[in-house]
Design a binder for this molecule. Sequence first.
Ligand code: COI
Length: 359
Amino acid sequence: MSVDANIDICEVGEKKPRPADDELGFGTIFTDHMFVMEYDEDTGWHDHRIIPYGPLSFEPSSAFFHYGQTAFEGLKAYSADDGRTLLFRPWENARRMNATGERLCIPPIDEELFVRAIEELVALDRDWVPSAPGTSLYIRPFILATERYLGLKPSSSYTFAIIMSPVGTYHGRGNDPTKIYVETEHVRSIAGGVGAAKAGGNYARCLKAEVRAARKGFHQVLWLDGQEKKYVEEVGTMNVFFRIDDVVVTPPLQGTIMPGVTRDSVLTLLEDWGVKAQERRLSLTEIADAHRAGSLQEAFGTGTAAVITPIGQLQWDDLTMEINDGRTGDITGRVHETITGIQSGKVVDRFGWTTEVPD
Ligand code: COI
């Protein structure tokens, strides 16, 4: 179906009460409407529509229930002081959703349709975009394989939907530095696997280690590479950056980590500021040596949901590494302020990252 075709809109009869901005957590409250469309091999993606938010119904034999052939994305809409509603780099999410789809044999979605569906949905539920500092409207596009078949093969039918949730901070701890446990048994991803895909199973496999770390009093785990368990990969659901000797280092995109939109934005900002940054493998031994030498200056995680999260402590077996005395570092703070400033229209967007949601 062509991108020019209308998106049918069926509005809710009665709108739901909206929560106050200062009551917002993450991902538990959903707006009045959602976008849905289906795919089959004869028609392609079709029946794109906005309808009241509510249950989707699938037969128990649908492929996604069994084999996890699913993809998802995450991006946010922000309320600017001048009344505009802004999206942050939605085209990157469209591209990444199709990259995930390509890896999982899910048919591509027209990127223009992806962005237009988001714009129309946000425009309809614009009242739900919170405006207090640190709040936003989290947008969750996702695809499910729906063929009713218990054999393993790429599904011949899919449902794509977009739901939205007004959110505050992801971890519910504001911007306080987080305590990280280095996971040395489980791995998140291996070379040739699906670590760079935004697929549900990538996240489910992380749960056990996260739960174990939480029992020990840590907020997140730091994932090591799947082969040697030596090099840093990601932290919790975020990309990770370390500042050592005035150089900011982050693991390279080699197929095992998420190509984060926030990660990419941080690298662009650092280059713009003339801060030396490197995308390269970084071993825990190098981090521990830097800590011992006093040159481990700061560390932070980046992600759409978690934005910029300072790391205050790293626990690697018996070694406790306190980073910057458990305080937010200079670069971490500057990156956080600039990115959230651009997202909410307070800082001039010299990079063309924000797009305004039309009426
Ligand atoms: C995001 O940061 O948008 C994600 O998709 C991570 C998810 C666990 C909330």
